[in-house]
Design a binder for this molecule. Structure first.
Ligand code: ADP
Ligand code: MG
Length: 265
């Protein structure tokens, strides 16, 4: 078969979505030559191989979709927003490339962490969720918890003598999303429980966290500078940090009204 014809067949097969045919055109023609196939038998061979390949691909896609939907259901994410729904123009100080780099999920492959910092309403949770949804799509197990909820659950489990079980829920997922670190200051025993999660996940699984506190304020959050330093040491060793300094998207429409009425924001 001439190069020109095989290139044309490959291109047409690609356009028709017959990617297997596009890749194996040479093999098909070899089989046809060796088996001295007639035109009809050749057509029969190509079409039955292709339909089998499509069925396998559909089945794989179906199983991947089911695993993705099941993963999302178990994740407890508050919503399933994506980066396509994030308006980067609203946060001009945020470099979209930094976020899109994170969305390649290489940090998840490297069991590293991501921290999204900034004031309320700038989209920290939106971006954290979008990254988690992408990780779930890529086959990773994910779990979302608020920081306070995690502390509360671990404390209750410890009191009930079931700490190891409960810790497992925060240690098993490939990606643990922890929302709103630092709303409430912790007692020492609570800070210790957080240390256990962070230190046991260190280099074993990723954490994506959101916080409106800077890392320098973590001493106050954990009520102990030494413990906060030990937690930060493990968390930040492999961590992409994104600070979003801008206005709250929640107040977007309010700001527009103020601007309209006063000419000032
Ligand atoms: P934060 O966690 O920083 O307090 P959220 O992620 O909860 O903020 O965002 C608050 C709401 O505003 C959510 O509904 C979120 O989807 C939306 N939002 C925030 N920033 C943007 C943005 N730049 N583009 C689109 N929606 C946004
Ligand atoms: Mg949030």
């Amino acid at each position: 078969m001439s190069e020109l014809v095989s290139a044309r067949v490959r291109s047409a097969a690609g356009k028709l979505g017959l990617f297997h045919l596009a890749e194996t055109i040479r093999e098909y023609t070899r089989w046809a030559d060796e088996g001295k196939l007639g035109f009809l038998d050749f057509l029969d061979l190509v079409l039955s191989e292709e339909s089998e390949e499509l069925a396998v691909r559909d089945d794989r896609r179906f199983r991947d979709d089911r695993r993705f939907r099941q993963g999302l259901r178990l994740s407890r994410l508050p919503h399933h927003k994506t980066l396509d729904e994030y308006d980067f123009a609203f946060q001009p100080a945020l470099d979209p490339c930094k976020v899109k780099d994170l969305a390649t999920l290489s940090f998840v492959g490297g069991k590293a962490n991501a921290a999204l910092l900034g004031p309320p309403g700038v989209g920290k949770t939106h971006i954290a969720v979008a990254l988690a949804v992408a990780a779930c799509r890529a086959g990773c197990s994910i779990y979302f918890t608020s920081f306070d909820g995690m502390v509360r659950n671990l404390k209750a489990a410890e009191a009930a003598g079931r700490l190891t079980d409960k810790l497992g829920a925060y240690l098993r997922p490939g990606v643990l999303v922890v929302g709103e670190v630092g709303y409430q200051p912790l007692e020492r025993a609570e800070a210790n429980l957080v240390f256990q999660v962070i230190s046991q996940r260190y280099e074993k699984g990723s954490i994506i966290l959101t916080s409106n506190r800077t890392f320098s304020e973590w001493g106050q959050v954990f009520g102990d500078e030494v413990l906060a330093a030990a937690i930060l040491d493990r968390l930040l060793h492999h961590c992409e940090v994104i600070s979003i300094n801008g206005s709250s998207y929640r107040l977007k429409n309010c700001l527009k009204v103020i601007e309209r009425d006063t000419g000032v924001v």
